[in-house]
Design a protein around this ligand. Structure first.
Ligand code: SF4
Ligand code: SF4
Length: 421
């Protein structure tokens, strides 16, 4: 198998095809600290793309309650189990997070789904995976808000309900879509080469005419974001709302627009964009691109299960209240620094966090104009100072999209107005 460099795991890895990178890559950051599981994103996607006959169990965008919820059920536990069986006791990271852009989180020394060949089934394509059962796809929202499993029983829940003793337990909401991976497992596994990654934006698509419904992509995707449709007998997946990303929506007059799930987000946790890529697959330095800043400068946003090896392009600001071991397994070794920085944001981070969901348009650059000091205090032993800076967002055409301030603007309506009683 050819070798490719995967910067998220800090090393070369085996992948069935030679590396090829798009000019720009579809990417997103989700702030899990803010998700309220309102499912507006889920329904925005459903009502746009998967409302037809045969798509009843298909949810390209979903929000699950961790640690026990999942769509399909137990998707991450199952693939982690398979990897552990293939390489027992060795699924570990070495080194430390550092400024080295080729291995910012250290190095993953275990096996990825492309390398754990010991477990591959004879007729499987080149990726370790499994096919979820129909039952596992049935309930996208199973055990929402449920913080505990059935004591001592794996893959089980207490069907009679559970008590929630204050402060003794935890859960959080994990919003998910296809990660439009740099090394997609779905693409690697397809025997018909019906899956492709677009050179202009890295969006991963299934050619519906070429697909014969072998479901190798469903088996291979570790995130289980490729799905089989029974009545058409082909597989389907998130298409990253590509007409919007291409600027085809009449509302934006040719300028790129974020996806439906992003723009519907009530909790304002989501930001999506297009990042510039170097020819070697690293993100090109783009200091004032908000996604580049959050992932590579502030390093508050981390990839989901980087150890799987697909180099996912979805990044998450980890939830502060969840046990660190769990988070390190899910987001890699960068968790502690990410939470520390998010909990004690500096002036720039605080300003960039205001960019989330102020517009439907894709932001290509930001600029900060300094404002006055508005607050000073000592919190958890640390001195914090807030400035009411203004952050300005620019689009792909270089024109300003909007500007906003760190302090939320307060509008006081006149006592007498159209709706006065
Ligand atoms: S998340 Fe899954 S379906 Fe999406 S590109 Fe990656 S491997 Fe393919
Ligand atoms: S719309 Fe936003 S806040 Fe609501 S569930 Fe989706 S990601 Fe979470």
């Amino acid at each position: 198998m050819p070798k490719v460099h995967n910067w998220q795991i800090g090393r070369e890895m085996a992948y069935p095809y030679k590396a090829a990178f798009p000019r720009r890559q579809f990417a997103f950051v989700f702030n899990t600290n803010r998700c309220i599981a309102c499912q507006s994103c889920t329904m925005a996607c459903k009502s746009t793309w998967t409302f037809n006959k045969g798509q009843e169990q298909m949810w390209w965008a979903n929000v699950e309650t961790k640690p026990y919820g999942g769509y399909p059920q137990f998707w991450d536990v199952k693939i982690l189990d398979l990897l552990e069986k293939a390489n027992a006791g060795n699924q570990r990271w070495s080194g430390k997070p550092s400024a080295d852009s080729k291995r910012p989180y250290g190095q993953f020394d275990g096996q990825t789904i492309f390398e754990a060949q010991k477990m591959l089934t004879p007729d499987s394509a080149r990726v370790l995976g499994y096919l979820p059962s129909d039952e596992e796809w049935n309930s996208p929202n199973i055990y929402e808000d449920n913080p505990v499993g059935k004591k001592g029983v794996r893959y089980e829940f207490d069907k009679t309900g559970v008590e929630l003793p204050e402060h003794k337990t935890w859960f959080f909401y994990l919003a998910r879509i296809c990660n439009h991976c740099s090394y997609p497992a779905c693409l690697a596994a397809c025997p018909r080469q019906a899956i492709y990654k677009r050179p202009e934006d890295g969006i991963v698509l299934i050619d519906q005419k070429e697909c014969r419904g072998y479901r190798k992509c469903v088996e291979a995707c570790p995130y289980k974001k490729s799905m089989y449709r029974g009545n058409t007998r082909v597989s389907e997946k998130c298409i990253a709302c590509y007409p919007r990303v291409e600027g085809k929506d009449p509302e934006t007059k040719g300028q790129p627009m974020e996806t439906r799930c992003m723009t519907a987000c009530i909790g304002q946790i989501r930001m999506q964009g297009l990042v510039k890529m170097n020819r070697d697959g690293a993100w090109a330095e783009d200091r004032y691109h908000p996604l580049y800043y959050l992932v590579h400068v502030a390093k508050v946003a981390l990839p989901l299960y980087p150890q799987f090896g697909t180099e996912p392009n979805g990044y998450y600001i980890p939830p502060r209240w969840v046990p660190r071991d769990y988070l390190r397994q899910m987001f890699g070794p960068g968790v502690d620094e990410a939470i520390e920085r998010y909990a004690n944001p500096d002036r720039e981070l605080l300003a960039v966090l205001q960019l989330f969901r102020r517009s439907n348009r894709i932001i290509s650059r930001y600029q900060i104009k300094e404002g006055p000091k508005v607050y000073e205090a000592t919190l958890r032993g640390k001195k914090i100072t807030l400035y009411n800076d203004t952050v300005i967002a620019y689009g792909q055409d270089g024109k300003e999209i909007f500007r906003t301030t760190v302090e939320e603007p307060l509008h006081v309506r006149p006592a007498q107005h159209a709706n006065s009683i």
